[in-house]
Design a protein around this ligand. Sequence first.
Ligand code: ADP
Length: 916
Amino acid sequence: MQIPPVPASERRRLAALDEYELLDTSGEPVFNALVEAAAAICGTPISLISLVDAERQWFKANLGLPGIESTERTISFCGHAILGDDILEVPDAREDPRFAENPLVTGAPNIRFYAGMPLETREGERLGTICVIDHVPRRLTDGQRTALRALSVAAMEQFESRRVMLRQFDSTSTELYHFDIPTMRITFASAAARKNLGYSLRELHAKSIGEILPRIADRESLADLFKELRTSPLERAVVQTEARRRDGTSYPVELHAELMRVRDNETALVFAVDLSEKLRTESELHLLSTAVDVTAEALIISEPGATPHDSPRAVYANPAFLRQKRARAEDVIGKPVDQFYGPLTDRNRIFAMREQLEHGEDVRVEYTTYRLDGTHYVAEFAARAIVDSRGTLTHYVVVQRDITENAARGAALEMQNERLTALTSIARELFATLDAQKLVQALLDGADQLTGATTKLYAARPAGGFAQTHDLTLSERVRSVRDPFIEQAAMTDIVLLGEDDRRIAIRIPGNAGRTKFILDLRASRPFEAIDIFALGLLGQYFAVAARNVELYSELSARRAAVIELNQVKNDLIAMLAHDFRGPLTTIVGFADVLGEDDRFDAESRKFLAMISSSAMRLASLATDTLALSRLEQNELVLRHEQVDTVALMREVVRAFSVSREIVLDAAQDAIVISADPSRLRQVFENLIGNAIKYSPGGEPVTINLREQSGGAVIEVRDGGIGIPQADMHKLFGRFARAQNARTMGIGGSGFGLYLTKTIVDMHGGTIDVESREGSGSTFTVTLPQALAVAARPHRRVLLVDRDGDARSYVAHALRDDGYAVTVVPSGERMLAALAEAEFDIGIIDVDSAELAPSAIVAAVRDRIALVWIGEPPIERLTGRQTVMGKPFLIRDLYVAVATALGTPASSRALSLSRTS
Ligand code: ADP
């Protein structure tokens, strides 16, 4: 016996066999019919469709060998038949060496004759055969051979269509079952079905459909299904049930069953659609649609028009959308969405949005949209395009939110910002104005600019009532207003709103909180909170500015009066002093001449001497007065030279020694300092003159002179009436006289010490007094060796002040004090001015600088001294910088400037500091 050899392509052949999924499947009528035909045509009792597996041959159809499903491949005839491409015919197996010993020949089923035609796939693999077998030797006729070949083709076609179907079903996710209705056996299940159930095909063959679909196994429903299948015209039925998996879990399926009839044999082809996904989707959809229904976001779904310019049509709108539009569903659904556009709608923006959507972008835009009643609002649209599987745009989904409130809030913020900026510039305007009329105009313009309000300014009359003012003042001719609103406003707290919110009164209090002004503002629209806020601020700014203007005008009025008075006084004094000296010279001259005349007796000559000395005193008083007047007009100029104070003192003492004993004690022979000798002489004369005058008992006067740090210290001591403690502090003031001097009738003007101190100050020196009433006084003067800086008229100031030359208060004050002042409006201009001319000091109003203080400091680099007016601008003040906070007194300015320059303060500064 010969074991059938294995074909060269055995592996591919077995793989092909697997693809058909035929092995171990149930018998099928179509194959049974084929073997019946073969047996009948060839006149044999046995016919088989045999598939050659790796180790066995298995019969898909079997006629004549009941009870045999398969045999071993080694003894198979078919194993041999598949080696050739045509019929293998064995007329008598006992005569054939390949089969003579074959147990199928030697024993049951006692094969004698065999003819098998291979079943060959399109790819050329032979899966098995359709064969005919007999217990007696025989031969096939040509016709029988042809028929056998034809039947193999028919069987193979069946296999092929089955494979195609399998491939199709297995490649898709379709779950497909085929089952035999009488036996309820599953003959086929697609890959998807097997996968979902968790069974292999072979395992399924062993099962009845009832095990897989337990609920249909229920007789009634199963019977129902079949009844429906048979009675429905298309022999189809749909039923929903549950499929049970191998692991015991089950899933919902929808069965689409179709009845198939081959002769009497009824089978059913069943598509099972796993519903779990669908049900899940359905429940998700349900949730989603509920969410869409309850959400406050307005949602509309529309179908696009032909082009982005054609209006889409609404297919769905959620309740929030209908609420937003105040519309009913029927007003919206099926209607073009451009019914919601209006004049304010930016259609170009919408077209652009649709174009963007077509490009698959999500879009977010804002535009004005309308309700059907014509009202409109600003909405934000978040849109997305829905595209089908072919990429065609099918829908727009748009969520729109009414952002009118946001937009309004945004606009309000912007407006607020704008207004605050405006308010700042109005405030600047108000504060820069020193003219009352201009101030009022700035106020009215400001209110108009801020809120479009028309404004009237009312001022309170001292006697009661209010009248309109254009320059803060009230003339008697202006009539008082009779307006309850104004009257009410005068009693209320700052702001009063009236007349449909279109009128506001702002109360501006003055002294002791009494109403001073009332701003009466009217607008064509109601005032909003922001208006009221802005106008309230405006009112406050105005109040401050008005106070400034009033103060300024008061000050300038007073100042003008003072200047005028001073001028008159100075002129008078100068005139008097001048006019006095002429006659006095004459008097002194004649008295002297007469005194030499022998015709007068001794007593007369004594009188003449008294006349002469009194006239001299008057003359010196006139000189002092003149000096004082010059001093006050800043005409007193020191002419410095090297002065030996010891020598000068000796000269003065000599002159006074005639009338009194004076002891001069000089520690050095000479103490030379830089000073104006004639002024210094005045100082010495005044001190010694006083010492003599206020020691009427004739007590000696002692003078000490000594050097100290290169300068001179001069003490003038007397044993006279002394000075009462109470008067000590004021002695150096103008016209100051001590009480005791007056009561004792000692004449004097009270100028002397004032002038003395002024001259000492101008030399950078000091003067002090020690005294006890009744036991004499000591005046001590110190004079430095030299002054640090030249005389004042040469001090040049560069002032940075936005107000400009004419309006700068500081410039005015500094010029008054003898400085040469140049005013520039900004730090930038200051640096430019510095490059062009020489200055000794820079004074910078911080608010006017515009440049960063550090930049100015860096540029100036200690070339000149700097005084900052305002908030300290720099962290650390280097060498020659001084800072003056605002506000400041003029005398502080003088002192600060002098300090920065390193010079003694001016006489004017000192007089201010004494009097203030
Ligand atoms: P007068 O012209 O009154 O002397 P002064 O300015 O020189 O004016 O002095 C001011 C006042 O100071 C005097 O009126 C006097 O009361 C007081 N006084 C000045 N020197 C002396 C002194 N040596 N002893 C006492 N009192 C003096």
